[in-house]
Ligand binder design. Structure first.
Ligand code: ARG
Length: 560
């Protein structure tokens, strides 16, 4: 609305940029919306204040606005409240699930790589962040019209598989691996390291077996395939709980036959240097340690596979953006990798984006399940579901489909918590926090959605866009509607910054504003006009909460 008005006079900024520049002043004396002119100052080479004054003279306001005022480089817009409220509510009612959706991504391919656990290793609490941040980013990009491709870059290759093969051949039991794959494989891996301390020759054996695997040896291949299959079965249980699937499971192994080409390219470009028989890229000039590309026995490394993967992805998907959702421990890896791709002359290197996130620490004394200090993601989700079941049983024992709702709420709680903080912040996992459903949590937002659903169920009239907006102009209602109006912009902002927590915080604000509205305004009142108008607000709130939760990868039950 305001964007279109501004765009008529300001062609130098895109509509998207204009939208993201608009602010909501804290104090409504300063208007309902404000447009700062500081960015334009560089473009027009004039002071923001003068630009604001000139624009104020030229801008043609629509009915939606009452007036514009200029204040120190800002244009302050005062809305015609009834008109504003009416048009927002009508737009939501008409567009429903499409409210906030856009086409800005049309024709652009975006890869979102996320989760990427390692075969034969636990899918643990540290993976939860990449998994839920990545899934949410995928939904956000998809909602904005991008063609998305989701990739799970499984850690299914590397020298550790040589170790695993050796360990299994020496000490492994097929039955154990079959009945409880990951713990059994993990045990073998640990045993290998213990034994290798005493007998370093085992390391050579492991290297040899990995080499065999790379060379296509049948025995090595069969074992590797089996480790991969049983691991994936376990991972899939967790993905099913989270309702996550991938377009591609091309993990590290997928690039085994694509690396020679990449390495050859580096050779031809003279980027590789010999160092003690190995091939490295010297990155000293860029303030980074050298990157090892090929060991002296010819075997390749994690970074080699990432280089081959990027080239393959460009060739296969011609991506607009290639996003990697991976923790901050790998910042250096991704910096080195990107520099190497740049040195290889790939002008699309800048379209490869490492979306980093903070570490997950375990709180002192955290009781991990099963053996060892590993908290399995699956156990966290299960415990959250169990606790939710108890709570619902206390409050609402007669509810239908308890299992389904408990799963939606319990898992939603975990996911929401993960997406509440800025992704870059480190945080400490604690069972208490994860299972606390009070305050600004997922269950609170879901509960607000269910409350809105319940009001709509109880009403005897159908919600339509035909309302008398004049009854919706009190401060509490207006504040709520402004937040609803902002959702499309919030989604764009979340995409720009690859930051789902922007949506998380916004839907908490909406839920709180709605609960204030609900507290102050009875909905199902005698007066038909008032009832119709308030029901329309309830409908709009239910819709935006649904959409917000959906974009975070969280279900919105109708009852709970
Ligand atoms: N498998 C790795 C891990 O669990 C993450 C892979 C990240 N993706 C990549 N393209 N390097 O630490």
């Amino acid at each position: 609305m305001l964007t279109d008005i501004l765009y008529q006079e300001i062609k130098e900024l895109s509509k998207e940029e204009l939208l993201l520049t608009i602010e909501i002043p804290k104090n409504s004396d300063m208007g309902d919306f404000a447009f700062p002119c500081f960015k334009l100052s560089k473009v027009y080479r004039k002071s923001p204040n003068i630009i604001a004054q000139e624009l104020a003279g030229r801008i043609k306001l629509t009915e939606a606005f009452e007036k514009i005022e200029v204040a120190g480089g800002y244009l302050n817009f005062f809305v015609n409240q009834a008109y504003f409220v009416g048009s927002v509510i009508r737009e939501v009612i008409e567009k429903k699930n499409d409210y906030g959706r856009s086409k800005i991504g049309e024709g652009k391919n975006v890869i979102v790589e996320f989760s990427s656990p390692n075969i034969a290793k636990p899918f643990h609490i540290g993976h939860i962040r990449t998994t839920v941040i990545g899934n949410s980013l995928y939904k956000i990009y998809d909602f904005l019209g991008y063609n998305t491709i989701t990739i799970n870059h499984l850690g299914d290759y590397g020298t550790q598989f040589g170790k695993l093969i050796v360990a299994f051949k020496k000490w492994g039991k097929e039955e154990e691996v079959k009945s409880n794959p990951i713990p059994a494989l993990l045990k073998l891996y640990v045993k290998f390291h213990e034994e290798a301390e005493k007998n370093p020759q085992l390391e050579d054996e492991a290297r040899m077996w990995f080499k065999k695997l790379e060379d296509g040896d049948e025995e090595a291949q069969v074992l590797w395939q089996w480790f991969r299959d049983v691991s994936l079965e376990e991972f899939n249980r967790t993905y099913n709980m989270l309702d996550i699937s991938f377009d591609s499971l091309a993990g590290e192994s997928f690039y085994s036959d694509k690396m020679p080409k990449a390495v050859k390219m580096m050779e031809e470009l003279n980027i590789l240097q010999k160092s003690k028989g190995a091939d490295i890229v010297d990155l000293e000039e860029y303030g980074m340690p050298p990157a090892l590309i090929r060991k002296s026995d010819g075997s390749t490394l994690y970074i080699t596979r990432d280089i081959a993967a990027a080239i393959y992805r460009k060739e296969t998907y011609d991506f607009y953006k290639n996003i990697y959702v991976v923790g901050s421990q790998q910042n250096l890896h991704f910096q080195q990798w990107k520099k190497i791709i740049e040195l290889m002359g790939m002008d699309w290197a800048e379209d490869c984006i490492h979306v980093s996130f903070g570490l997950v620490g375990l709180e002192e004394g955290t009781i991990a399940t099963r053996k060892g200090r590993v908290v399995f993601l699956e156990d966290v989700l299960k415990r959250a579901v169990d606790k939710t079941k108890e709570i619902i049983n206390d409050k609402n024992p007669n509810i239908d489909n308890l299992e389904e709702i408990a799963a939606q709420v319990g898992i939603g709680a975990i996911v929401f918590q993960e997406l509440s903080n800025n992704r870059i912040k480190d945080y400490t996992f604690s069972w208490d926090k994860a299972l606390n459903f009070e305050g600004e949590t997922g269950p609170y937002v879901q509960y607000t959605h269910a409350r809105a659903s319940s009001v709509l169920r109880k009403s005897d009239i159908e919600v339509t866009a035909d309302i008398d907006e004049g009854v919706l102009t009190d401060g509490v209602t207006l504040a709520l509607i402004k937040l609803i109006q902002q959702l499309p912009e919030v989604i764009l902002d979340a995409q720009r910054k690859n930051e789902p927590s922007i949506i998380t915080r916004h839907i908490i604000d909406i839920a709180q504003a709605f609960n204030r509205f609900y507290h102050d305004h009875p909905i199902l009142v005698e007066d038909e006009e008032v009832k119709r108008a308030r029901l329309a607000v309830v409908f709009a709130v239910k819709q935006v909460l649904y959409t917000g939760l959906y974009l975070l990868g969280i279900k919105a039950p109708e009852k709970m």
